[in-house]
Design a protein around this ligand. Structure first.
Ligand SMILES: Cc1cc2nc3c(=O)[nH]c(=O)nc-3n(C[C@H](O)[C@H](O)[C@H](O)COP(=O)(O)OP(=O)(O)OC[C@H]3O[C@@H](n4cnc5c(N)ncnc54)[C@H](O)[C@@H]3O)c2cc1C
Length: 257
């Protein structure tokens, strides 16, 4: 089987976000594989082990994304592709990413593409479904179980806590949800092997694209942090007095009564 994983490099979930000059400050920040994409890598490896074939992990990003691709290789993926836009593009949106991925997949024989349900930074959840549309293949989002029998694929998906069972066929794109599996940690031999596994680097030119073809369709007007929460107020004294004070605060300060 030709199995592909869409992998995005994202901020570490532990990072404190700061903004400077209208942009999220990434200087010195720690980056990781988008957590939902770890489920995708794990499931891709399991599918390969069960059905044969190979797993290729693809990222649209910058030079530094190589680190996350090497981690995926250390987990057990066979090949990685970095579509490096660092030189060509300053900005991009979901259109940009999907247009680039569409060009990459144009000449590929694909059985299944696995992506994350959502990227934890920009969180649009658009890349997977939009790519499937462009490739004219079916897609199923937020999957928590998958079984492939020949060309038939049986899937369970999370629907806000309920389970929906879906049957579809290959070629297919799925986006992975928490609960699908437990992503493995790369082993030491895995890390050593990953250094020698193929990591192909492509630029827009290699995909017959130029900046104009992938120009973003949306523009971010402003990015800002939520207002800092004020400290809570602790009422003291007799219960009757506290109730009176609470009602007065709700009426006069918060104006919700
Ligand atoms: C040239 C360029 C410059 C950009 N500049 C910025 C920037 O300055 N600041 C910023 O915050 N974002 C930037 N982006 C990222 C972009 O704005 C979106 O984050 C991106 O299109 C994905 O949307 P999303 O994060 O909402 O992903 P979602 O649609 O929520 O992601 C869902 C899944 O799609 C897949 N996926 C998403 N993105 C990628 C990817 N890049 N490669 C492979 N698979 C992917 C993953 O499987 C992921 O789990 C840039 C993108 C490009 C191409």
């Amino acid at each position: 089987m030709n199995i592909y994983v869409l992998l995005k490099r994202t901020f570490d979930t532990e990072e404190k976000i700061s903004i400077s000059n209208g942009k999220i400050e990434d200087e010195g920040a720690e980056f990781i594989i988008n957590p939902y994409d770890e489920y995708a890598v794990e499931e891709a490896i399991n599918l390969r082990d069960e059905h044969g074939g190979e797993v290729t992990v693809v990222t649209v990003g910058e030079e530094e994304s190589e680190k996350q691709l090497r981690t995926a290789l250390a987990m057990g993926a066979d090949k990685a592709v970095l579509i490096n836009t660092e030189e060509d593009l300053e900005d991009g949106d979901q259109f940009t990413t999907v247009k680039i991925l569409e060009a990459f997949f144009k000449d590929k024989e694909v059985d299944i593409i696995l992506g994350g349900n959502v990227a934890i930074d920009e969180a649009s959840g658009q890349v997977g479904p939009r790519l499937a549309e462009r490739l004219s293949i079916p897609y199923v989002t937020t999957i928590t179980d998958i079984n492939i029998d020949g060309k038939t694929v049986s899937i369970e998906r999370d629907v806000e806590g309920d389970v929906e069972k879906v049957e579809t066929s290959l070629p297919l794109l799925v986006t992975c949800q928490q609960g699908l599996n437990e992503p493995r940690y790369p082993s030491l031999p895995g890390i050593m092997k990953a250094k020698k596994k193929p990591l192909e680097e492509l630029e827009l030119d290699d995909l017959d694209l130029d900046e104009n073809d992938v120009e973003a369709k949306t523009k971010t007007i402003e990015i800002y942090l939520p207002p800092e929460k004020e400290a809570g107020k602790v009422l003291e004294g007799e219960i009757d007095d506290q109730v009176k004070e609470l009602v007065s605060l709700l009426k006069n300060d918060s104006k919700v009564l």
